[in-house]
Design a protein around this ligand. Structure first.
Ligand SMILES: NC(=O)c1ccc[n+]([C@@H]2O[C@H](COP(=O)([O-])OP(=O)(O)OC[C@H]3O[C@@H](n4cnc5c(N)ncnc54)[C@H](OP(=O)(O)O)[C@@H]3O)[C@@H](O)[C@H]2O)c1
Length: 337
């Protein structure tokens, strides 16, 4: 069984290595063994391997990977064989650990049955990132009222995988969206994927004025994974009583926030961590979100079609490919054994 593993933090090409073992693990109580075929490369994988987001590394090493799609190979004692959870079923994994391996043991609660008409490649792109988009839109809906129901939502790093899922779900719900990207080439790629949406390039000096004016009302909610200097810019762009939902830190530099602007204009900043937010949902809400996400996949095939596949054993190459700009789509790690 092949897996990519690291025992020290550092440059991925120095610390990430192939580990091959004859042993196939057996699932314990409440667990399931899944043969994983596809998993997405996420920015957090690179940050964790480098130790920028440090996780303690056990002596046996750490296998990256928080999501994936594959087939159930074995079911441990005590697992309820219902809702598509049976040997041979095709499933997605959220929020799993160690999926950069040909097989992984996960709690049965991490399994998401995949509809027959949704491909492994599409399903893989909406596990963490589709669920994150649905979570962010739920938070946005709860926050929008304060600054005006009809006002647009602003989505930054809109060419990212989460950004594309956000745009596709928001379009399906008839929401007004302003999509921002950091360069003209990225704007061109995103406009080609979503014809007709409003794309603004933040390297243009007047981007903030345009974002406030384009729909005749400033955005009520901004959804941002960049952080750094972008935070102060987004607070400038928001309508009074608006909300900034922050869900990442791709710019690692510290953010400056004016407490005076927050106070006088009644602005809110809220951090969103998807696994934490999903843990608070009812079972019905989770099912509704997944149904919406799979409907979005069916309605927006083009936004998920531009992926690249790299063999699991070439994970270092995949990490570099995932950093290329402009963003054209996901990088998927594949294994067939
Ligand atoms: N809070 C949560 O639970 C949660 C869950 C999932 C993801 N996230 C976070 O969401 C973010 C996006 O993840 P993803 O998988 O969607 O990423 P992704 O598909 O790899 O896309 C990242 C893209 O964002 C753009 N970008 C990168 N750095 C930027 C910067 N400093 N300023 C502006 N744009 C920048 C680039 O697009 P261009 O090359 O086109 O400019 C880059 O390709 C990450 O920070 C991730 O950690 C958080």
């Amino acid at each position: 069984m092949k897996a990519m593993i690291y025992r020290h933090h550092g440059e991925p090409s120095n610390v990430l290595a192939l580990h091959d073992s004859r042993e196939i693990p057996a699932p314990g109580s409440g667990e399931v063994l899944v043969k994983v075929r596809r998993r997405m490369v996420h920015p957090i994988d690179d940050l964790m391997i480098r130790g920028i987001i440090p996780l303690p590394i056990p002596e046996s090493g750490l296998v990256p990977g928080g999501d994936g799609v594959g087939t159930i190979e074995a079911v441990g004692p005590g697992v309820k064989l219902s809702s598509g959870i049976a040997v041979g079923a095709r499933v997605g994994l959220f929020d799993a650990h160690g999926t950069w391996s040909e097989r992984v043991i996960v709690p049965a609660a991490d399994l998401i049955p995949i509809p027959d008409d949704v491909s492994d490649e599409a399903a893989c792109q909406v596990m963490i990132n589709g669920i994150t988009a649905a979570t962010l839109l739920r938070e946005a809906a709860a926050s929008r009222g304060a600054a005006g129901e009809g006002a647009p939502l602003l989505v930054t790093a809109a060419g990212s995988s989460v950004g594309r899922n956000l745009i596709a779900l928001a379009k399906m719900r008839g929401l007004k969206i302003i999509a921002t990207v950091r360069s003209k080439p990225s704007a061109d790629v995103l406009s080609a994927t979503f014809p007709g949406i409003t794309v603004i390039d933040t390297s243009d000096s007047d981007w903030k004025e345009r974002a406030r004016a384009v729909y005749g009302a400033a955005p009520s909610v901004a959804i941002d994974p960049i952080g750094g200097a972008m935070i102060a810019d987004l607070l400038d762009v928001l309508a009074d009583r608006g909300t900034l939902l922050t869900y990442g830190g791709m710019d690692h530099s510290p953010s400056t926030v004016s407490s005076i602007a927050l106070t006088v204009r009644g602005l809110t900043i809220k951090g969103i961590n998807t696994p934490v937010a999903v843990a608070d949902l009812s079972a019905d809400q989770r099912v509704d979100d997944l149904n919406d996400i799979f409907d979005m996949v069916r309605a927006n095939a083009s936004s998920l079609a531009d992926y690249r596949m790299v063999p699991l054993t070439d994970a270092v190459k995949a990490l570099s490919a995932a950093q290329e700009t402009p963003r054209r789509g996901a990088v998927l790690l594949t294994s067939e054994a």
